[in-house]
Design a protein around this ligand. Structure first.
Ligand SMILES: CC(C)C[C@H](NC(=O)C[C@H](N)C(=O)O)C(=O)O
Ligand SMILES: [Zn+2]
Ligand SMILES: [Zn+2]
Length: 391
């Protein structure tokens, strides 16, 4: 199957200007300024991208594909994701994880769900573990899981500075990072540790201390939810300026924003203004994860459900509201996660890369169509670009 995407304005994420793109099967075959539509190729489909931006499919590096939640009891378990939840947001690659509930949800089910989504057309990877320490594994050892199970690219989301964590010691976190690092090395994977940061006062202290006191590089960690409160966000700016990676959670609620959560598009602008390298920042959605609220006494008040749609919403707001150059904003949802998570052939529009693309309407910056592994994704137009709050 060949697809020729003609006359689009291409961001790879860097701007390539107007280019034609030839897809062959699941790969990008060629990117040139003029590929004749009359190519004598059998079953060639020509798609006009006139008036469209053509950008890499988004990589969502933190999605509860199996559902999550449960912080308010069984009835608050959140639903598992559907393919359309992912593709309507322009997401073509997801990294799945377990969260608070590493007991009622299993890694085997997580692997099964990841394989299901892969068969349905998107690309999936996983973190081994959940909030809890010791880290839950399939084989009993992080290194063995990374070496034996292709979908596992790292460990997470391991919780620190949170009343729902296992209250791990700094040594336990260092040892998890050491195992992830060596397991990753031996299997050619990132071996990244996706760290859940809660609202606790210790914030990033463990990670900062490990980077200073041990041989583990700070880039072994991808701390997420960095924007969840202004106090943590402020430390996150400093942490990122010193070379650490930081991940913004794009799912939010009006209440969280009122209580001081930093809107991801705004947080990106602030970090760039403070001299943080755009290479060190990622966005992820926490899709299908719970967004629970607790009162000052730690009592559960209620919860919302995260959505992949928020990843697109915050990308669009960063471009339109924060007026950040699109090529820069694209990095945080394409080439940065691809590089940090060592996802080869992902996160860019380059010959030989997977054919994961989004066609955006240039006037509205809304999604026109999504192609994943060379297959056009059927988007149910009526739900397209409708976020959790119907935005
Ligand atoms: C960043 C905040 C707003 C949401 C965040 N979500 C998770 O960590 C996932 C959730 N606990 C689950 O297991 O489904 C949180 O709970 O702190
Ligand atoms: Zn989390
Ligand atoms: Zn999460």
């Amino acid at each position: 199957m060949f697809i020729l995407i003609k006359d689009g304005e291409v961001f790879a994420p860097e701007s390539l200007g107007e280019r034609d793109i030839l897809l062959a099967g699941r790969s990008i075959a060629a990117i040139e300024d003029d590929i004749p539509a009359g190519l004598n190729l059998t079953n060639l489909q020509v798609i006009s991208a006139k008036g469209k931006f053509v950008i890499p499919g988004f990589i969502d590096s933190h999605v509860h594909i199996l559902g999550g939640g449960g912080e308010g009891g069984f009835a608050t378990r959140t639903p598992e994701i559907t393919l359309t939840d992912i593709t309507k947001a322009g997401v073509t690659t997801v990294v799945g994880c377990l969260g608070t509930d590493g007991f009622g949800r299993s890694l085997i089910s997580l692997i099964a769900k990841a394989r299901a989504l892969e068969e349905e057309g998107v690309s999936t990877y996983l973190y081994v573990g959940s909030y809890q320490v010791p880290v839950r594994t399939i084989t009993g050892r992080i290194e063995d899981d990374l070496m034996l199970i292709d979908k596992f690219i790292g460990v997470g989301e391991v919780a620190i500075s949170d009343h729902r964590s296992s209250q791990p010691t700094i040594d336990e976190i260092a040892r998890i990072a050491a195992s992830a690092r060596v397991g990753g090395m031996l299997s050619g994977k990132a071996g990244i540790v996706n760290v859940h940061l809660g609202d606790g006062a210790r914030k990033l202290a463990f990670l900062e201390e490990i980077a200073v006191k041990t041989e583990i590089p700070i880039t072994q960690f991808l701390p997420t939810h960095i924007n969840r409160n202004p106090n943590l966000f402020e430390d996150g700016v400093e942490y990122a300026r010193r070379g650490g990676y930081v991940d913004f959670t794009t799912s939010t609620t009006p209440q969280f924003l009122q209580e001081g959560e930093v809107k991801s598009s705004r947080g990106l602008k602030i970090m760039l203004e403070h001299g943080v390298s755009s290479e060190n920042i990622t966005f992820s959605s926490d899709g299908q994860g719970s967004l629970p609220a607790f009162n000052a006494k730690g009592e559960f008040i209620g919860l919302d459900v995260g959505s992949c749609q928020s990843l697109f919403t915050e990308f669009r707001d960063a471009v339109l509201e924060e007026q950040i150059d699109m090529a820069i904003v694209l990095k945080v949802v394409t080439s940065n996660p691809a590089r940090i998570l060592k996802l080869s052939r992902k996160g860019g529009i380059k010959a030989g890369f997977d054919a994961d693309l989004i066609l955006l309407d240039q006037d509205t910056v809304e999604i026109d169509s999504v192609i994943a592994k060379g297959q056009p994704m059927i988007l149910h137009k009526d739900v397209l670009n409708k976020g959790t709050f119907g935005r």
